[in-house]
Design a protein around this ligand. Structure first.
Ligand SMILES: Cc1cc2nc3c(=O)[nH]c(=O)nc-3n(C[C@H](O)[C@H](O)[C@H](O)COP(=O)(O)O)c2cc1C
Length: 318
């Protein structure tokens, strides 16, 4: 939502524990023109075809370099539209070089449906490997260790999700953000005419809830504590967030529910989560991570020198 890092502090003041800025592209670009976000109110959903409007990595980096009062800021980077897919590695790498010094974690967005070809980066394992290796090399030169995560979409087949989880571990990624918007929505309540008028793009919000949970459960089953899992997609209520944490999410995010819920939404979420935590009898949210999964809770030893620490630390503020 905060494409250019212009309102992290305002969002945190409303109650968000962290903000993920982006998607930021290496070169400045306008994104798609015309009407590019549409509400499907009966579905509590949005259709968007933003196409990564970004003031570019250099401008965003200089903004994030200033003083800030936000517990944690992740930065999500994506491919500049005009850059061919074969050159994606160098493009993401340029963004990583500029932004990593100011990021508590970095996300490689390989799942937006609004940049042609981008999703090949998540589906083709050789492309993904070379992208991650190139960015990793760059991060090796960053002033502090920056956890590197991958953002995947909900439209991958289940077997592809397993394969991405395996590859993420193999590539030494720190985690996965799941899920991006869908281009294959099912069971919408809005009438067909309204959906058609909304036009092409990725669908977010309540219709993503079931798939968002399913993908998270699958990832946690497959990777357990070896990956930090950030769950997003259709989270609307404290109960939804609690369910994701219990299913293995270390962090939870939302976009569409905030658009519909308004400025008090994060406050209501925090109050509700605090109540659910109290009712559970658990001493902290960290103890709840993965508690209902068949694998059981993660090892949340924040003193261990593993690279998940900075991301895990962000949860202390949520
Ligand atoms: C208007 C809009 C713009 C978005 N832009 C981005 C983006 O630039 N990068 C990205 O990784 N995800 C983007 N997303 C996807 C969201 O981050 C999130 O993954 C998705 O909307 C599902 O969460 P939700 O149901 O809480 O909205 C966008 C979503 C919306 C609605």
């Amino acid at each position: 939502m905060d494409k250019d890092g212009t309102w992290c502090e305002g969002l945190c003041a409303l109650g968000f524990g962290f903000v993920e800025v982006g998607t930021v592209t290496a070169c400045p670009q306008n994104g798609n023109s015309g009407r590019r976000i549409v509400r499907l109110a009966r579905d509590r959903a949005l259709v968007n075809r933003m196409g990564f409007p970004s003031s570019g990595a250099e401008a965003v980096a200089s903004r994030l370099a200033g003083p800030r009062r936000c517990p944690a800021v992740g930065v999500n980077v994506g491919k500049t539209g005009l850059v061919p897919l074969d050159d994606a590695g160098a493009d993401y790498r340029a963004s990583a070089r500029l932004l990593a010094p100011y990021a508590d974690y970095l996300v490689l967005n390989v799942s937006s449906p609004n940049t042609p070809g981008l999703r090949d980066l998540q589906a083709q394992s050789d492309r993904l490997a070379s992208l991650v290796n190139e960015v990793r090399e760059e991060l090796g030169a960053a002033p502090h260790p920056v956890p590197l995560l991958l953002k995947i979409g909900p439209d991958l087949q289940d077997s592809e999700i397993d394969a991405v989880a395996d590859q993420a571990i193999e590539l030494n990624l720190d985690g996965i953000v799941a899920v991006n918007t869908t281009v294959s929505p099912t069971g919408l309540r809005s009438d067909a005419k309204e959906v058609e008028l909304a036009g092409d793009g990725g669908l977010s919000g309540a219709p993503l809830k079931a798939r968002g949970l399913e993908v998270l459960e699958r990832l946690y089953e497959r990777a357990g504590h070896r990956l930090v899992l950030v769950s997003v997609g259709g989270i609307e209520s404290p109960e939804d967030a609690w369910q994701r944490i219990m299913a293995g999410a270390t962090l939870v995010q939302a976009y569409t529910a905030f658009v519909y819920g308004g400025p008090l939404w994060p406050y209501r979420m925090n109050r509700g989560l605090a109540r659910l935590l109290r009712d559970s009898g658990m001493p902290s949210l960290q103890m709840a991570i993965g508690a209902t999964s068949s694998r059981g809770p993660v090892d949340t030893d924040l003193t261990s020198p593993d690279s998940r620490k900075p991301v895990l630390a962000a949860t202390r503020h949520t």
